[in-house]
Design a protein around this ligand. Structure first.
Ligand code: NI
Length: 150
């Protein structure tokens, strides 16, 4: 575990109460851990805004009976063949499929692909999650309770 710095924070009472509710809701055992996680999330968002390289996972549910949809979805993915790391396809039932696509690339590029997929007729749902490559955490902010790997 890296060096820890202790600080005190001042905030309005109502904000404090909101924080306490969130702590309970998300099962945090202490406030420091909660604030650290919030800060980490914000750092990831900043990476997205700067279009840094991230790992994205797009999960989409679609109707494979929709004419031309399979071909169109495949075409969009092939346009980004350098970025796509893996895809997993599961047949949900007679006509619905779910596909998870893992992509490495600029956050903006990944968001654009997710939006393009979302716009196709017959696509029922698209969700996108992005993860930082983690270099900034590993170097300067090792997570407590996690073995450090260099
Ligand atoms: Ni299928």
């Amino acid at each position: 575990m890296g060096d820890l710095i202790r600080m005190s924070i001042t905030m309005e009472k109502h904000l404090y109460e909101h924080m306490q509710n969130l702590l309970q809701l998300h099962g945090y055992e202490n406030r420091s851990e909660f604030i650290r996680d919030m800060l980490r999330s914000r750092l990831v968002e900043l990476e997205w805004e700067r279009d840094r390289t991230v790992i994205g996972t797009i999960t989409m549910v679609y109707d494979h009976d929709q004419r031309e949809l399979n071909r169109k979805l495949m075409e969009l993915q092939h346009q980004m063949h350098d970025n796509i790391l893996a895809t997993t396809h599961v047949h949900l039932d007679h006509n619905r499929c779910v596909e998870a696509v893992m992509i490495r690339g600029g956050a903006g590029t990944i968001q654009r692909l997710a939006n393009q997929l979302r716009q196709q007729k017959g696509v029922l749902h698209v969700s996108l999650s992005m993860s930082t490559l983690g270099a900034e955490f590993r170097a300067e902010h090792p997570r407590p309770n996690h073995a450090e790997k260099v």
